[in-house]
Write a protein that binds this ligand. Structure first.
Ligand code: DQA
Length: 141
């Protein structure tokens, strides 16, 4: 069975309660349950961490797995700051799609800059939690 890994970075464990006007009211667990029903033939794995190094370790762990179609990564605020995560994405073989729930380009200027976009397969932002499904579609196409 094909596999996809979704990685969420810092503060995304609070989806559903964190700033619901921006990130919505649905928890990641509930969203993942619905997503997995939509893709019965796909193993959708999930990892969340508030720690930069743990995200890098997980990218290294899965990044050479030939059975992994790719990684859907919402690096949260590390998107805007982490050269180390960008380097990890460059180092691995499997494709990474950068996703954001909010439209980062309509928010504060500091969120307009991404250190990881250039090393990702592409970027999806602004479609709410549906950004993750669109990221999966990009990896499957
Ligand atoms: C986010 C946007 C980031 O700027 C922010 O730091 C997040 C979430 C998003 O999904 O919209 O934590 O990546």
């Amino acid at each position: 069975m094909d596999k996809i890994l979704i990685i969420n970075g810092p503060n995304l464990n609070l989806l559903g309660v964190r700033e619901p006007g921006i990130y919505g009211t649905v928890s990641m667990d509930d969203y993942l349950n619905a997503l997995r029903l939509d893709y019965p033939g796909l193993s959708i794995e999930y990892f969340q961490s508030n720690h930069e190094g743990e995200i890098i370790d997980r990218l290294h762990d899965v990044g050479f797995d030939p059975f992994l179609r790719g990684i859907v990564l919402n690096a949260g605020a590390y998107t805007h700051t982490s050269l180390a995560i960008a380097d990890a994405i460059s180092a691995i073989e499997r494709p990474v799609v950068e996703v954001h729930i909010s439209n980062v380009h309509s928010r504060e200027e500091i969120r307009h800059r991404s250190l990881i976009s250039g090393v990702c397969r592409g970027v999806i932002a602004g479609f709410g939690l549906d950004s993750y499904r669109l990221g999966i579609e990009a990896l499957l196409s």
